[in-house]
Write a protein that binds this ligand. Structure first.
Ligand SMILES: Cc1cc2nc3c(=O)[nH]c(=O)nc-3n(C[C@H](O)[C@H](O)[C@H](O)COP(=O)(O)OP(=O)(O)OC[C@H]3O[C@@H](n4cnc5c(N)ncnc54)[C@H](O)[C@@H]3O)c2cc1C
Length: 469
């Protein structure tokens, strides 16, 4: 079997892997990327960020056409859902994005090897080719970027028909009358929002006593209220004990998380969305003696190196938030480190966004974290009800909250609940990268009338001098 030799071989073509491969190639390294899926782009482009955002966008337009236009003086006739057309639009968006990576690989001369990669020794990989047969590769540097898959739950067997993971929830052929979402994290709330807008009665069952665990507590309480107003129901502090598909839908067993009487809930479709776990099976990590941590994540040092020389890992397969941009940033940093440059990721300034309506966005520390760490902080808050642009858009739910160090005024965190929060957070992220104080944002000119003015006003509020409230 002829061997192909590379400087860098990346296993997995998600946002971590494809970005690492492109950056390595840009830096003059001979690079290949192995992908077992038929298309490039990993979870994110095929069954994650991109298709979910396509459905969120389309369902938002449907919702707006039905309920959001009259206030602007726009009368619509009867608004009808064409679900197959919505799904076709989603598929087109996915195709355009995955095809984009094919183009970028060609442009940068990254070789795409279609198959399943397995590490067979130091610097050696064997690929079981999708087309049949095997191909042996050698590489000075092997990058594992195999991502994650959805977390299972005992007693809830995903069949992708009546009990679905997020993948199945992106493909439903009709709108379920009753949808039970197990898990109140961002994937559950996003997919729940899609189907709720399209007509489902959605109940979110969450083990903890709050939704969006990890996000600022005040934001998560407000978000729950807004989603309830939109028609979503919540069963918090509730444990799911099992789900049984029958002739008339699925019966979901629940009981209070702290113990108590059991109950049954009825659903047409159940979405299991309790989190994701690293995906490393079949990679040959045991034989290669690559160490994992207690949660099955590949252990790496601050330069993404595993315990085995020449083998690195990035993205969802290692520790840290399971987010596409975190994986991308790690891909760039690692390629630069391999090329002898000083790649670096600032984990203090990675934003997280929930693409519900309104959106939730956060960066840095929450108030709970600051309190737990004993850090003295000041908080500045500004509601969208007092923002001219939000009023014109008729979407005034939510607020911006900025947290700054009590002594130095340096920004420690920002939490936004409101229209386009995912875009608004970017200026705070840039500020944090530059070590900005709240005063810096407060003194920066913000165009009027924009939603961004709410960020500026929150920064002013940190010093108790907001103008418009
Ligand atoms: C429904 C949903 C919505 C999401 N929305 C967002 C969002 O809005 N924003 C955000 O930041 N994140 C979002 N995420 C998370 C995001 O998708 C992940 O954080 C991101 O894809 C991780 O990138 P990665 O490169 O580490 O791995 P992945 O994207 O998981 O890619 C890994 C790739 O490796 C391939 N692979 C695995 N093993 C092998 C092997 N042995 N040989 C060859 N190929 C292999 C897999 O086929 C896969 O294509 C979402 C996830 C889901 C499920």
């Amino acid at each position: 079997m002829a061997e192909s030799a590379f400087d860098v071989v990346v296993i997995g073509s998600g946002p971590g892997g494809y970005v690492a491969a492109i950056r390595a190639a840009q830096l003059g390294l001979k690079t290949a990327c192995i992908e077992k899926r038929e298309t490039l782009g990993g979870t994110c482009l095929n069954i994650g960020c991109i298709p979910s955002k396509a459905l969120l966008q389309s369902s938002e337009i449907f919702e707006e056409a039905r309920h959001g236009m009259a206030v602007h003086g726009v009368r619509t006739g009867q608004v009808e859902l064409d679900l197959p057309a919505m799904m076709t639009q989603k598929a087109k968006v996915v195709d355009a994005n995955t095809a984009g990576i094919v183009f970028l690989f060609k442009k940068n001369k990254v070789e795409w090897i279609k198959g399943t990669g397995r590490i067979t020794g130091q610097g050696r990989i064997e690929v079981a080719l999708n087309a049949g047969g095997t191909q042996a590769l050698t590489a000075r540097h092997i990058v594992i970027a195999t991502g994650s898959d959805s977390m299972p739950l005992a007693g809830v067997a995903v069949d992708e028909r009546s009990i679905v993971s997020s993948t199945g929830a992106l493909e439903l052929s009709s709108v379920p009358k009753r949808l039970i979402v197990i898990g109140g994290g961002y994937i559950g709330l996003e997919m729940g929002s899609v189907w709720q807008r399209l007509g489902s009665q959605v109940t979110v069952v969450e083990f903890l006593d709050r939704i969006l665990p990890g996000m600022d507590g005040e934001i998560s309480k407000h978000m729950q209220r807004i989603l309830q107003k939109q028609g979503m129901s919540f069963r918090l502090a509730t444990r799911v004990t099992g789900a049984a598909p029958g002739n008339d839908g699925v019966t979901v067993g629940v009981e209070p998380a702290g113990g108590g009487p059991a109950e049954s809930l009825a659903a047409d479709i159940v979405l299991l969305a309790i989190g994701r776990r690293p995906y490393t099976s079949g990679l040959g990590l045991e034989d290669a003696k690559v160490a994992l941590d207690e949660r099955g994540r590949i252990k790496t040092d601050s330069r993404f190196a595993t315990n085995v020389p020449g083998i690195y890992a990035i993205g969802d397969a290692i520790a840290g938030p399971m987010l596409a941009h975190k994986a991308e940033d790690e891909g760039v940093a690692l390629a630069e480190i391999i090329a002898g440059q000083a790649g670096h990721v600032n984990y203090e300034a990675i934003p997280g966004v929930v693409y519900t309506w309104p959106e939730v966005a956060a960066v840095g520390k929450s108030e709970e974290q600051l309190k737990a760490e004993g850090i003295a902080y000041k908080s500045g808050k500004f509601p969208f009800t007092a923002n001219g642009r939000a009023r014109a858009m008729a979407t005034t739910d939510g607020f911006v909250k900025l947290l700054a160090d009590a002594a130095s005024d340096r920004i420690l965190g920002a939490h936004i609940l409101g229209p386009n929060a995912g875009d608004l957070i970017a200026e705070v992220v840039v500020g944090m990268e530059f070590g900005a104080a709240a005063e810096d944002i407060a003194r920066t000119s913000h165009a009027h009338p924009t939603l961004n003015e709410a960020v500026k006003e929150a920064a002013l509020a940190v010093a108790g001098r907001a103008i418009h409230i």
